[in-house]
Write a protein that binds this ligand. Structure first.
Ligand code: FAD
Length: 356
């Protein structure tokens, strides 16, 4: 069991680890480069194993969270208009803000905002850390939860830079006035993805459009123009597409991914997007990070388990499952962005059958 733990990054997974450690009697230090932990917005889909991870982290007071679980999730083949699959085991869509606040509030006193590490030196029995506010401290373990462009990964573990996945995503919210609508839907083909989830008890659509192509492709299009890229959609997507013509405010993001070989070295480890940033097409990134946090909190508070053994065990237990999910997300992304997908991530999927 370790005493002094530094978490670099106060995103969802860093906050989750801090909450989980406090739940188990340990107070880590969290440094977050942003001047404040700000409202996160948007929706976050969590599958059942991810909700179990919240229980393991002690985040059980979820009664007041706005949520919605659809009765079915329809996956259409955008080329033919036919249904490809129907999922009955659906993810619960939460408000990202509720999740972030529930993770942050119990540990707010542990978070130092506006601070970054500038150097980490692993001395074997401790890690010396220098910060950009001039402080210098020693820790038993340092966990890099610093996101897709992780400083810890690139500067300490020598890990790879993130790679563009060949797909960008646009998100927007719309009101849903049909209380009988319980089904969510997605249409997917090589032109892209049009889909929606439901949140806030079903009163709000969380819409997405995924666009294959180069970075920033079609960034200039508004929601109404994006709707016209999908002339074929049927079923509940047809009504949703019409609503898009009201032109809600939309947010455009290029999607990156990082496949990381080395997650831990002695007393330093990576978690969340720093370790396994993946395409959001399967809506798994945060959930997989919550599973990392739950296991790390358990291992770092296990009596008589030395930190290097705890961290190496964490990598051994979590990496195969997390990388399998990355691979699955990448493969799903290839259905829309095969031409623009980078070959270096999972070459086995792309080198065969790659159109000229
Ligand atoms: C469009 C989109 C939709 C998504 N939808 C879903 C979904 O429905 N379900 C799901 O499970 N996942 C989803 N994801 C994935 C999810 O957003 C990420 O996996 C998750 O937010 C990663 O959390 P994190 O804490 O690891 O990283 P981040 O949220 O990136 O947090 C990292 C934190 O570290 C801080 N930081 C960075 N560098 C430093 C430094 N040097 N020093 C100090 N602090 C630092 C940053 O400021 C940031 O606060 C989606 C992702 C995208 C892009």
């Amino acid at each position: 069991m370790s005493n002094r733990i530094l978490i670099v990054g106060g995103g969802l997974t860093g906050l989750a680890l801090a909450a989980g450690l406090r739940h188990r009697g340990l107070d880590p230090v969290v440094v977050e480069q942003a001047p404040a932990i700000t409202e996160a917005g948007w929706g976050i889909g969590l599958s059942d194993p991810h909700i179990t991870a919240l229980d393991r982290l002690g985040i059980t007071d979820r009664e007041n969270w706005a949520r919605f679980r659809p009765d079915r999730h329809l996956m259409f083949d955008g080329g033919t208009g036919l249904l490809d699959s129907i999922r009955y085991e659906t993810a619960m869509l939460f408000s990202r803000t509720d999740l972030q606040q529930s993770l942050y509030e119990p540990i707010a006193d542990l978070v130092r905002t506006g601070v970054r590490p500038t150097a980490l030196t692993d001395l074997g029995d401790t890690v010396d850390v220098e910060f950009d506010d001039g402080m210098q401290e020693s820790f038993d373990a340092v966990i890099g939860a610093d996101g897709i462009n992780s400083w810890t990964r690139r500067h300490v573990l020598g890990g790879p830079d993130a790679t563009y996945t060949g797909v960008a995503i646009v998100r927007f919210h719309l009101p849903n006035t049909d209380p009988t609508l319980k089904t969510t839907a997605l249409s997917l083909d090589t032109n892209g993805v049009l889909g929606y989830f439901l949140m806030d008890g079903g009163r709000k659509y969380h819409g997405i459009v995924m666009l294959p192509g180069e970075e920033d492709n079609r960034r200039e299009l508004c929601a109404a123009e994006l709707a016209s890229l999908f002339p074929q959609v049927t079923g509940p997507l047809a009504g949703f597409k019409n609503l898009m013509r009201t032109n809600p405010v939309s947010y455009y993001t290029n999607i990156y991914q990082a496949v990381v070989d080395e997650w831990t070295r002695n007393r330093i480890a990576l978690m969340g997007d720093a370790a396994h940033a993946m395409s959001p097409i399967l809506a798994q990134g945060t959930g997989v990070g919550l599973q990392d946090a739950a296991l790390l909190a358990e291992l770092l508070t296990t009596p008589d388990l030395p930190v290097p053994i705890a961290l190496a065990s964490y990598e051994r237990l979590r990496k195969p499952a997390a990388q399998a999910m990355q691979r699955k997300s990448y493969e799903a992304g290839l259905r829309i962005g095969r031409k623009s997908a980078p070959t270096e991530l999972f070459p086995e999927f792309v080198t065969h059958d790659r159109p000229a």
